[in-house]
Design a protein around this ligand. Structure first.
Ligand SMILES: O=c1ccn([C@@H]2O[C@H](COP(=O)(O)O)[C@@H](O)[C@H]2O)c(=O)[nH]1
Length: 248
């Protein structure tokens, strides 16, 4: 079988807006405000625990791309079965923590699933391994008992994710160029910790501007508060997309 090469996403499709909001009603309002400017949304823990999974499925059915940032981490059977359930929601990306057992289980869960009809259901779900959270510095990681620090830990987890058959990585854009050299072109590099110039870092420690992140080799930028807490979220999103375009 020949697989046609995928065309690279447009600048607009490379921006993933994190809907870290307290209710589905707030999320619906934000999606309405952003209109056609944004095509790709992330539903994380806050919204998922507020009824966000049916909302995410509806968003996917409406033609938007959906990233379920659920950061699964459990014994392999639980992760595999949970991934099977998530695969039915129509999302594009699902995160799991980038540990070898967890990654391998999620990859099994997103493939070869039998639907209610007994036929294998075709899957679009891609598994992203969370390497080291962008809110962690070297000191934070060492305090948590990981003596290697950020750079070596991200590299180790990236190689393990590739070996496990994951589709992509959550890294900070600071690591993108080096990790691309390590893992080759197959894995999608998805980067939170994006801060347009002049916006506060808040709890993020490893940050980059949208333009620098694209130049460093990020495939997708995840942006939450700089868009959702802006006075004009659509204008903030348009400015980021313009920066992505200029840097592409
Ligand atoms: O390492 C990680 C993994 C996930 N995130 C998520 O991305 C967004 C970032 O939101 P901002 O408001 O732009 O800081 C948020 O949903 C995190 O849960 C991350 O930041 N870092």
């Amino acid at each position: 079988m020949t697989i046609a090469p995928q065309s690279p996403p447009s600048p607009r499709d490379r921006l993933i807006v994190a809907l870290d909001l307290p209710s589905v009603a707030d999320a619906e309002r934000m999606v309405d405000q952003l209109g056609d400017t944004v095509t790709f949304y992330k539903v994380g823990l806050e919204l998922a625990f507020a009824g966000g999974l049916p909302f995410a499925a509806a968003l996917a059915r409406s033609g938007r791309q959906v990233f379920l940032d659920l950061k699964l981490h459990d014994i392999p059977t639980t992760v595999e079965r949970a991934t099977r359930q998530v695969a039915d929601l129509g999302a594009t990306f699902l995160t799991v923590h980038a540990y070898p057992q967890t990654l391998a289980a999620a990859v099994r869960g997103r493939t070869g699933h039998e639907g209610a009809t007994g036929l294998t259901v075709p899957r679009g779900l891609q598994i992203l391994g969370v390497t080291v959270m962008t809110s962690y510095s070297d000191a934070d990681l060492r305090e948590a008992g990981y003596a290697e620090g950020v750079s070596l830990t991200v590299a180790r987890r990236a190689r393990q994710a590739e070996a496990a058959g994951a589709d992509g990585l959550i890294i900070s854009a600071e690591e993108a160029a080096r990790i691309r050299g390590l893992v080759g072109p197959r894995l999608q590099l998805v980067t939170p910790g994006i801060r347009p110039a002049g916006t506060p870092n808040q709890d993020q420690k490893r940050v980059m501007t949208p333009g620098d992140a694209i130049r460093a080799g990020a495939d997708y930028l995840v942006v939450g508060r700089p868009v959702t807490a802006a006075a004009d979220p659509a204008a903030a999103a348009r400015a980021i997309i313009a920066e992505i375009q200029a840097a592409s």
